[in-house]
Structures are given as structure tokens and as C-alpha cells.
Design a protein. Structure first.
Length: 236
């Protein structure tokens, strides 16, 4: 995950992430005027969003070798002063810790005791901002600015403790550099809480990167020490 665009996806909740198989129904057909209502609901919920913590599993399918890799862990989103801080910690064997804070993404790999660091300023800024609209607390207005949206109706998904009605939105980025990495992205959004329960990213090569979030704790205190990057001695 040394490509900064991939790190952006992970930390925004766009993440190269996936997980448990959940019960689902065929998507209900969306009304032509439904999208405006959905985006307005996301705007209202975004205004009430302060933080979220969730269990996460990620699954990456590589078409050329017909192989799927899966990881699980915990992720958080924390809004303060008009900015978003994001962190994730994944379980062994990969045991990676990710952090997005003050415009910088850091990725620590415990196995190599190495930190990769990327700035989200300059040429990377538009790409990172596009992915942040997909994450927890992203507003409908910002989503519409960054993506061309097709409303594919509603589905029922499990968030780990209950079944939730979510809106299925298929997105094509308005940023050419993002389209070079992902032809389109599909997200399943609980508009009442403004949180995605599932995200699926499609690459030009036919690979897919999918995310599923469960056990979501909304607007509750987050123990940031649990997500701190801890090197073994001196990091390389």
C-alpha cells in the first residue's frame, strides 16, 4: 500500500477495505427525484457528525492471479475545527497502522518497522479530498461536487447488530487522476447517520477493492492512544 492514492482510499473510508458477507436484498429502483433527497439527508446528518469508530474488514481481489487477500481491524474518524482526522489499525499478520492528520498520511508496517509518509497537499489534494467525501460524515453536497452520482436505490445491510436500510450510490470521479485508479466506486450509505456500511472500488485492470464496516459507534469518545503508531526502537 505504498501508493498514496491507495492510502487515501483506506483512510477516507474509500478504502481498499472489505469484510463480512451480509444478507442483502435486490436494490429497489430509485425514483428520478430520489437523489436530491438522499444528498439533502446526508447534508443534515453530516452537520451532526463529530466522530465514529468501527470494525472493518478489507478484501482485495487481484484478477490476474485470481486471488483475494483479507484483513480486519478497527478504524476511526474524528472531526474537529473543520478538518477530519482518520486512523486505522489492522490485525496480524500484516499489522499495519494508518493515520491521516494535519494533511499528512502515515502508514506503519510492524513487520518491517517502516513508516511511509505522504503529503496531501499540491497535486495530491484533489484526489484525497475526493476520497474524504466517501467516508464517515461526508456531506451530500461535497459528494456531488467530486463525483457523478447514479442512485441505484435501497438495500438492506447488516451493520453487525441490526439490519439497516441503505442507499446504493454508484460514483464516477470528476477528477481524471482518480479515474485512472478507479473507474467507478459503489457505496452503500446509511443516510440517517451519514456512514457507509460498504464501499466497492473498481480498477481499470479488473481488480476490486471492497470495504465493509460494522459495530459503528457514532459521536462517542475515541481512545486515540489505541491507534498510535509505535515503532520498535527507531523506525526506518
Amino acid at each position: 500500500m505504498r501508493n498514496p492514492i491507495c492510502a487515501a482510499g483506506v483512510l477516507a473510508g474509500a478504502l481498499i477495505l472489505a469484510g463480512h458477507t451480509v444478507g442483502r436484498a435486490a436494490a429497489a429502483q430509485a425514483r428520478p427525484d430520489r437523489l436530491k433527497t438522499v444528498l439533502a439527508e446526508m447534508d443534515a446528518s453530516s452537520a451532526r457528525f463529530h466522530s465514529a469508530e468501527a470494525s472493518i474488514e478489507k478484501q482485495q481481489f487481484e484478477k490476474i492471479v485470481n486471488d483475494t487477500t483479507t484483513e480486519s481491524g478497527t478504524i476511526y474518524f474524528l472531526r474537529g475545527g473543520g478538518t477530519m482526522q482518520v486512523g486505522a489499525k489492522f490485525d496480524p499478520p500484516n499489522a499495519q497502522t494508518l493515520e491521516y492528520k494535519d494533511g499528512v498520511v502515515r502508514l506503519y508496517s510492524a513487520g518491517t518497522n517502516h513508516i511511509d509518509q505522504y503529503s496531501t497537499s499540491g497535486a495530491n489534494q484533489a484526489r484525497f479530498e475526493a476520497f474524504l467525501t466517501l467516508g464517515f460524515g461526508g456531506s451530500g453536497s461535497d459528494l456531488a461536487k467530486a463525483w457523478t452520482i447514479a442512485d441505484q436505490g435501497t438495500e438492506a445491510l447488516s451493520d453487525g447488530s441490526k439490519t439497516v436500510q441503505v442507499e446504493k450510490l454508484d460514483l464516477v470521479s470528476k477528477e481524471p487522476s482518480v479515474r485512472g485508479n478507479f473507474t467507478h466506486v459503489t457505496i452503500w450509505v446509511d443516510t440517517a447517520r451519514d456512514v457507509p456500511l460498504k464501499q466497492e472500488f473498481f480498477t481499470p485492470s479488473g481488480d476490486t477493492q471492497t470495504a465493509l464496516y460494522s459495530n459503528i459507534r457514532l459521536n462517542q469518545p475515541i481512545e486515540l492512544k489505541a491507534f498510535a503508531i509505535k515503532c520498535k526502537g527507531k523506525c526506518s
